[in-house]
Design a protein around this ligand. Sequence first.
Ligand SMILES: [Zn+2]
Ligand SMILES: [Zn+2]
Length: 104
Amino acid sequence: MKRKVASRRLNRTCICCNKSFVKGEIYYIERNVLKEFGEIFACEYLVCPRCKYENERKGERRKQFIESGKCHHPITDEIWKTIAGEDYVKEPSHTECCICGEVV
Ligand SMILES: [Zn+2]
Ligand SMILES: [Zn+2]
């Protein structure tokens, strides 16, 4: 994530809170390059300093929670996987905790 200063009013807004940026304001830009189906997609999004901070704090808290081993896996999700040799046919593979990602 790159820190930048708006040189003019930006057309794009913060992806999290929809805040707009005027000249002189600090914003962060994140560029993701995805490769799917043999094609490359680049997507860029802007994040305001407040949302960046919030996300980092949440990420840190989540990490501490997981590392402490306190997760009782309250929310689980069935993970479906594509069957080997098939392109679109999926079958249930396993159940995963949505919070810590452990297989339950
Ligand atoms: Zn924001
Ligand atoms: Zn869990």
